[in-house]
Design a binder for this molecule. Sequence first.
Ligand SMILES: Nc1ncnc2c1ncn2[C@@H]1O[C@H](COP(=O)(O)OP(=O)(O)OP(=O)(O)O)[C@@H](O)[C@H]1O
Ligand SMILES: CCCCCCCCCCCCC/C=C/[C@@H](O)[C@H](CO)NC(C)=O
Ligand SMILES: [Ca+2]
Length: 458
Amino acid sequence: MSQKLTEAYPYAFTVSYVERARQHRWRCSDVTFHCSEWALCQQWVQTIREQLTALTSRPKHLLVYINPYGGKQQGKCIYEQKVAPLFACASISTDVIVTEHANHARDHLKTEAELKKYDGVVCVGGDGMFSEIVHGLVSRTQRDNGVDQNSPEEKLVPCTLRIGIIPAGSTDCICYATVGINDPVTSALHVIVGDSQPMDVCSVHHNNTFLRYSVSLLGYGFYGDVLADSERKRWMGPARYDFSGFKKFLTHHHYEGAVSFLPATDTLGTPRDKTRCRAGYVILYAYNLLCKYEVGWGVVRGKFLAINAASMSCACPRSPKGLSPAAHLADGTTDLILVRKCSRFNFLRHLLRHTSKDDQFDMTFVEVHRVRRFRFTPRHCQNDSELDLRENGKQLFSQICRDHPACSSAYSSWNCDGEILPHAAIEVGVHCQLIKLFARGIEEQPLFEDLANPPCAL
Ligand SMILES: Nc1ncnc2c1ncn2[C@@H]1O[C@H](COP(=O)(O)OP(=O)(O)OP(=O)(O)O)[C@@H](O)[C@H]1O
Ligand SMILES: CCCCCCCCCCCCC/C=C/[C@@H](O)[C@H](CO)NC(C)=O
Ligand SMILES: [Ca+2]
């Protein structure tokens, strides 16, 4: 809210508010009120300020990290031109750090940042930048609470600070799947009004050693290969995914192994539901504990083109309904999608269904399970020297071996939210609602917008 004293209207004040626009976009609008007397005008201004200050869910001081090299390298410009003026208008003060190298934000959060000073952390970038913030905050929280991240069975302590995402990346799938659009102004307004959306986080381990956290996609086979190839083509910007996607589609590699999983039989809903995760979805019973007892584990062995675990829909501009359209953001489960070896034609049909209304799971070579934990063991894991070399970190030799025609199709890599994991054999557990975002989930489009959604003052 701001107070304007112009000659034409000496007793006037202006209120800025959020207005809903098309396709989940939010915009900031102004309305100016005129008063007959100065004192009355002051009384209004003071009362509105008091009301706004009393809203404790709204952040007052934020720590902002900008990745100047994400997506089309517009992060700094997007923040300065579109977001900073809105934060200033809402009286939010900020400490801004423009990152100087990869993992700058993660390491700063993990060790240095004075987190007590802030009401939230905002990242300007893509899914990779968000992942840095998650790793920094989750690791810091576990360290501060004496929790050992290396134990796959450990119950992790939830983070208290909320995270805001100002989209400036290539895929922006986490922003898209939690807000409904990758639009910097909309995301800034969700931060300002103090929205809160809990979110699940998967921990990924290998041999009782912590590797990484994942919130969107863990993909072996097709999505792992696409990522590995596209990382070498970062100079192409977001188009690298299309190029590598086409290339890897033609390559058509399959990978052998066993997937064991603990089905989430006690939750409401399945991955084949027609219902979608939308704003206001309430979890009736949330698991924060990882299930210790290995009862009811299932095993699927075979040759796979893709093994995907989608902890959220993974909707993005490329695929507006996502890899698993009915997945939920905060139900403590991940949707395990197994695409068995099939013809190129059938795989193309499956991929194209991500972009249409048809069910991508309704195919004989695709199966999907909603799970709380899973493990993957590649077929040659026990005695294959290539894997031992990779897992010992001898990356150069491993790369030479992978490029050799005889070795090239034995193992893929895991795509973990856009980062490549160094191990093929992994164990994954879902930690229900470990983090919170400045978001509210995708809103249903109301029939009568004005009645259903009263405006919200900044
Ligand atoms: N200053 C920097 N220099 C180089 N790399 C950086 C810097 N800051 C962050 N990074 C790294 O850049 C990687 C990519 O960033 P980001 O996720 O923002 O964009 P993107 O990969 O284009 O988008 P998306 O992840 O949505 O596909 C991240 O993994 C992050 O660790
Ligand atoms: C030949 C036609 C192909 C059409 C295929 C459309 C399917 C697109 C599905 C995209 C899902 C993206 C899931 C998001 C993963 C992110 O974690 C990661 C990091 O940003 N992005 C990618 C591309 O790996
Ligand atoms: Ca989930």
